[in-house]
Ligand binder design. Structure first.
Ligand SMILES: Cc1cc2nc3c(=O)[nH]c(=O)nc-3n(C[C@H](O)[C@H](O)[C@H](O)COP(=O)(O)O)c2cc1C
Length: 236
């Protein structure tokens, strides 16, 4: 989930010790697809597929990873303004996890109420429950921490109570180049949902800090994309 997370790329990096591979993020409905097209126009690389081809595309990406790495869980990170398109993707054969994107901070996505703007929705819990109640695969919710005006711990409770299986937190902290270790520790101490910690796992030192917060797992984006992962994650 950092610009180039398609099956070809994931199949190359999975052998470095990953047990979950995340495809996407994909925009699923007209408002988020139009927003993504605007993002492309201003030079950002994003994935845009027309709504009538996106299902088949993700299906074939999942199949490609499963063919090469049958023991790895495959997740798809998706954006939509309503639960139904996410539920549809959650029914893809062999997809293990559908991940609701409450994380993106691109203005065009925020303008249609998606990405981190989802964290301010009064019906956030209901949105997640509708997905969780209607798919057979697991449900993850990817959030950004420390969004202005949002109480991250409260959001974590809402996500747990809505029946999601994973809380995937980009524990970004304004003004520092490391994750918000204290917040992650607080959330791990006070929730029962599986917490996947994300942000700044770019060295063995930071990975140890991440593990010490009590997270159930961790994810890595930029260090994998840049090829700068200089430690063996299989050792942790
Ligand atoms: C170019 C770029 C594109 C990204 N696209 C997505 C995305 O589509 N969905 C998502 O959940 N996160 C996305 N992210 C965020 C990363 O998955 C990750 O949360 C963030 O980079 C912090 O983790 P890191 O320090 O391991 O890179 C993107 C990040 C970058 C740099």
């Amino acid at each position: 989930m950092a610009g180039i997370t398609n099956a070809d790329f994931l199949n190359k990096v999975i052998p470095y010790g990953f047990n979950v591979a995340t495809l996407g993020g994909y925009s699923l409905d007209n408002p988020t697809i139009e927003a993504s097209e605007k993002i492309i126009e201003r030079g950002r690389k994003e994935f845009v597929f027309p709504s009538d081809t996106i299902f088949r595309h993700i299906e074939s990406e999942v199949a490609s990873i499963k063919k090469a790495h049958n023991d790895v869980k495959v997740s798809a990170n998706v954006r939509a303004t309503t639960p139904q398109p996410i539920i549809d993707i959650g029914k893809i054969k062999d997809l293990d996890i559908v991940e609701i994107n409450c994380h993106c901070r691109q203005e065009e996505i925020l303008a249609v109420g998606c990405g981190q703007e989802m964290l301010t929705r009064r019906d956030l819990g209901d949105f997640i429950s509708q997905v969780a109640d209607n798919v057979d695969c697991e449900v993850s919710v990817k959030i950004r921490a420390n969004v202005e005006g949002v109480d991250t711990s409260n959001v974590a409770d809402i996500i747990e109570n809505a029946g999601a299986d994973y809380l995937h937190i980009d524990a970004m902290k304004k003004g520092v180049f490391e994750a918000d270790w204290e917040l992650l520790t607080e959330i791990c101490d006070n929730t029962n949902i599986k917490v996947i910690g994300n942000n700044s796992v770019n060295s063995e030192e930071n990975l140890i800090k991440m593990i010490n917060t009590g997270v159930d797992g961790f994810s890595i984006a930029r260090s994998v994309i840049s090829g700068n992962l200089d430690f063996n994650i299989a050792n942790f």
